[in-house]
Design a protein around this ligand. Structure first.
Ligand SMILES: O=c1ccn([C@@H]2O[C@H](COP(=O)(O)OP(=O)(O)O)[C@@H](O)[C@H]2O)c(=O)[nH]1
Length: 516
């Protein structure tokens, strides 16, 4: 006999576990458990992330780099962060060096393009935009020989069209664009544009960040250098050429930007050599090179650039012996002479009569700023400027033999110029842009931000693919928050159901006590 056989008939009838209400509550409970488990399993299962891709080639004066960017394919309203997935350094010189054989410029890009074909999944090739942007090397070539510059761009175009990506064009950027896109890149990567953050990626200091100012951009190339920053004292009226106005994510930015053509570090070296060879010497004792350094240089090679060609001294010999003296203070003097600080028709200037509002905020210094300062072990800007100068002075005074011995792996061409380049950077920042001993510490020498290279290419692609909307997108979807609410709701339903079930025997209708 089962235990229920011994119960009174009324008690048997009133068994609470058999009442319709209990059955309904139990069914709801079971459904809630199944739904909860399903939601948790679905939400946490590994889904392979799908990406979209974009490719930008940075055709610089000294070399070309290819960058592949990617971003989550399914994100609405461009809330997915764009990141650098891969980069490739093109072998050989910059495309402007192929003026006499333009087809070679196109040819030089092929190896990196083939690498890109391997990196981007094949099914995405046709939707992947490919851009090439050339900078100051091509600006100089256009000034010198515009048809040669066009031929180089045509050759490059023909080569790039031969690949399976969606080719969007090759062009030479204006200096202003180069500066502005560099500024967009670093502020985008630093999330300082008030852009929506990818869900689930909210740092604890998010609320602070929204109110933060943007970071200025200092870019040093081989042929030009750019400075771009937002200043409260600049609305574009004093010098409209230096003004770029943007509306990004619903915020207006009035950016000051200037690109100094011929003041990239390679052309600045030519300016310094030109300054020192005006009386056509046979031997030049150069304070910006290490003692013991000695090389024969062609006058025609040094003066073969629109930055200096008009200043070639009359009656110069074919070549001169370039000797190093390794004197930082003297080198600074030479470099100061390539900045014209005597005339300014604006309220204030940086140099060469170029307007510049007062420096404001923090700055990120990248490209050759980083390469040089990193080599010199001087990227730490908490070091007093005086210490940096002392270190540079010590480095410049090292003998050439000693320097070569200490850096056997560094190409001699680069190695010889680091004393000049370091001195140039410090002089450009202080005498050129007016950074003081105090404001020097507001500069950060950077190579990458969150894994992506600092430079103009990302900003250029974000702009051309309309990935930065002018207005803030409508509230982004919040799958994480939706998921959390759903789970909470179901846990609540379950708790209520369990509570009801637990209390059921105590309800008057369902009590197991015989009713009197
Ligand atoms: O590892 C490196 C790579 C580049 N550079 C230098 O950085 C500058 C980069 O200039 P780019 O070709 O980008 O010139 P742009 O066209 O922007 O003037 C050139 O002076 C290069 O010699 C360097 O010092 N170390």
């Amino acid at each position: 006999a089962s235990p229920s056989d011994f119960l009174l008939p009324e008690m048997k009838e009133r068994n609470p576990w058999h009442s319709p209400a209990t059955i309904i509550i139990t069914v709801i409970g079971v459904i809630a458990v199944v739904a909860l488990v399903t939601v948790i399993v679905l939400q946490n299962r590994e889904i392979p992330q799908k990406y979209k891709y974009g490719i930008v080639m940075d055709a610089g004066s000294s070399h070309t780099s290819l960058y592949i960017y990617r971003w989550p394919a399914e994100k609405e309203n461009n809330t997915g962060r764009v990141e650098e997935m891969h980069s490739c350094q093109v072998a050989g010189p910059g495309i402007s060096s192929y003026a006499s054989a333009p087809w070679k410029a196109g040819e030089s890009l092929r190896a990196c393009m083939r690498e890109a074909e391997q990196q981007v999944p094949q099914r995405r090739h046709q939707q992947t935009p490919l851009y090439l942007g050339a900078t100051a090397g091509m600006r100089l070539l256009s000034m010198e020989n515009s048809s040669a510059a066009e031929a180089v761009l045509r050759a490059v175009e023909e080569s790039l069209r031969g690949f399976s990506f969606s080719y969007q064009g090759s062009r030479t950027l204006r200096g202003q664009e180069e500066g502005a896109f560099g500024w967009v890149t670093i502020n985008y990567l630093d999330e300082r544009l008030g852009q929506p953050r990818p869900p689930g990626d909210r740092p604890p200091h998010q609320t602070l960040l929204q109110g933060l100012e943007t970071t200025g951009a200092l870019d040093l190339g081989g042929a030009s250098t750019q400075i771009s920053f937002v200043s409260d004292h600049f609305d574009g009226s004093e010098s409209p050429d230096n003004s770029m106005v943007f509306r990004l994510y619903g915020n207006d930015y009035s950016l000051y930007t200037h690109s100094f053509l011929c003041y990239g570090k390679d052309q600045a070296l030519r300016l310094a050599l030109a300054h020192q060879t005006q009386d056509a010497p046979v031997t030049l004792l150069d304070p910006c090179f290490h003692p013991g350094y000695e090389a024969s240089k062609d006058y025609s090679a040094v003066y073969d650039s629109p930055c200096v060609s008009s200043r070639r001294p009359q009656g110069a010999p074919l070549n001169f012996t370039h000797k190093g003296a390794g004197n930082f203070a003297q080198c600074q003097k030479v470099i100061r002479s390539i900045f014209n600080s005597s005339s300014c028709s604006h309220s204030r200037c940086s140099f060469n009569g170029v307007f510049q509002p007062p420096l404001q905020g923090k700055f990120g210094a990248f490209s050759a700023y980083y390469f040089v300062m990193d080599f010199l072990n001087l990227t730490d800007t908490s070091l007093p400027l005086e210490t940096v100068k002392r270190e540079l002075a010590r480095y410049c005074s090292n003998s050439w033999d000693q320097v070569k011995q200490q850096h056997p792996a560094v190409k001699v061409k680069y190695l010889a110029a680091y004393c000049f380049s370091g001195t140039y950077i410090i002089t450009l920042l202080t005498d050129g842009y007016n950074f003081s001993s105090e404001s020097y510490s507001s500069i950060k020498f950077i190579k990458k931000i969150r894994g992506s290279d600092a430079g103009w290419t990302l900003g250029y692609m974000l702009n051309l693919t309309n990935m930065i909307p002018a207005e803030a997108p409508d509230s982004p979807p919040l799958p994480q928050a939706g998921y959390a609410s759903l789970v909470t709701l179901m846990v609540l339903v379950l708790a209520v159901v369990l509570l009801l079930l637990a209390l059921r025997p105590r309800w008057p209708c369902c009590s197991q006590q015989p009713q009197v």
